[in-house]
Design a binder for this molecule. Structure first.
Ligand SMILES: [Zn+2]
Length: 136
């Protein structure tokens, strides 16, 4: 990949990470305030609901931050834009849509086919188990 393209992706990731870290921090701080309030009189149900929503949001943000860090590490290591499976270059058009992807479109498609197949396999397996239970 050209240096100018790498620089462009690096800037994109750094911008995204900055935005994520900001909201990540905000969610954590806000959550702390609410946790303190909970010791006073407060509707526990809505507090618990809010807490689980924040937890979910936090784990989602943490997941994206991790993805971005991985991509930034790859830029540093010079392996960004290389498919982890077949080691071919990932299509630039694909990277522009999904910059944190680690598989080229061919490997991704192959993976999706595998996932569909194993999902089918699970289904028939569970039917078989049910049969076993019935005979037992
Ligand atoms: Zn590939």
């Amino acid at each position: 990949m050209k240096t100018e393209q790498l620089t462009k992706f690096k800037q994109l990731f750094e911008e995204q990470k900055k935005g994520l870290l900001y909201s990540y921090k905000w969610v954590n701080e806000d959550f702390k305030v609410n946790a303190d309030e909970m010791s006073d009189e407060m509707d526990l149900t809505s507090a618990e609901l809010e807490q689980s929503m924040r937890m979910r949001l936090r784990s989602r943000e943490a997941f994206f931050i991790k993805k971005i860090d991985e991509a930034l590490n790859k830029i540093q290591a010079g392996t960004f834009g290389v498919c982890e499976r077949c080691e071919e270059d990932i299509e630039l058009s694909r990277l522009e849509v999904r910059p944190t992807t680690h598989l080229c479109i061919h490997c991704k498609e192959a993976e999706e086919i595998m996932e569909t197949r194993s999902a089918d396999g699970r289904k028939s397996k569970s039917v078989g188990m049910k049969g076993n239970l019935r005979s037992a």
